[in-house]
Design a binder for this molecule. Sequence first.
Ligand SMILES: [Zn+2]
Length: 215
Amino acid sequence: MRLNKLASVQTAAIESGSLRWKASAHLPTEYGQYRLHAFVDMHSGQEQIALVLGEVSGQARVLTRVHSECLTGDVFGSQRCDCGEQFKRSQQLIQARGNGIILYLRGHEGRGIGISNKVQAYDLQDTGLDTVAANLALGLPVDQRAYDDAASMLQHFEVKSIELLSNNPDKSRALTRLGIMVEAVTPLEIASNPANADYLATKKHRLGHHLSLVP
Ligand SMILES: [Zn+2]
């Protein structure tokens, strides 16, 4: 009874979008005591996850990472990209601040093309194509990520505004268009390694990411 009542209160906040709150639980991590929140997009069936540290409701300039799922980087420790290191750094920065939000966006693998297409694109990159040319050679979009679910989750948590941890100007533009007040954008730049230097250079020169460490 109590649970049903709680669910109806929590879902009311985001009833305008297609995302629905499903459950929340405590998640102790190496980087602090998080609250783990699960959502489901009623249109696509896609599940989404938010990690929240400390109090964020009603707060301004909440330190926020909108992280695109990357199985190879986040879980396998791949050095082909900078995702795993960015995720870890986000957790460290949020822990140091004492509160913040990480939205882990499922369905964003390979900038939205999915894991098997991403492996195909990696195979093409091993022949000399960059990440943009490889997607195009496969007849796939360069970036088809949407941020509606991210905006819905931020609205659910009732943050007044966010400080976005990102090098990608498209993310802040997309969130702003969706009604989120992005008060500041703080770079989340990871030093390159020999395996991802070309990839980061492509991100800077072909995708417009702000990467001051990349020549
Ligand atoms: Zn990655």
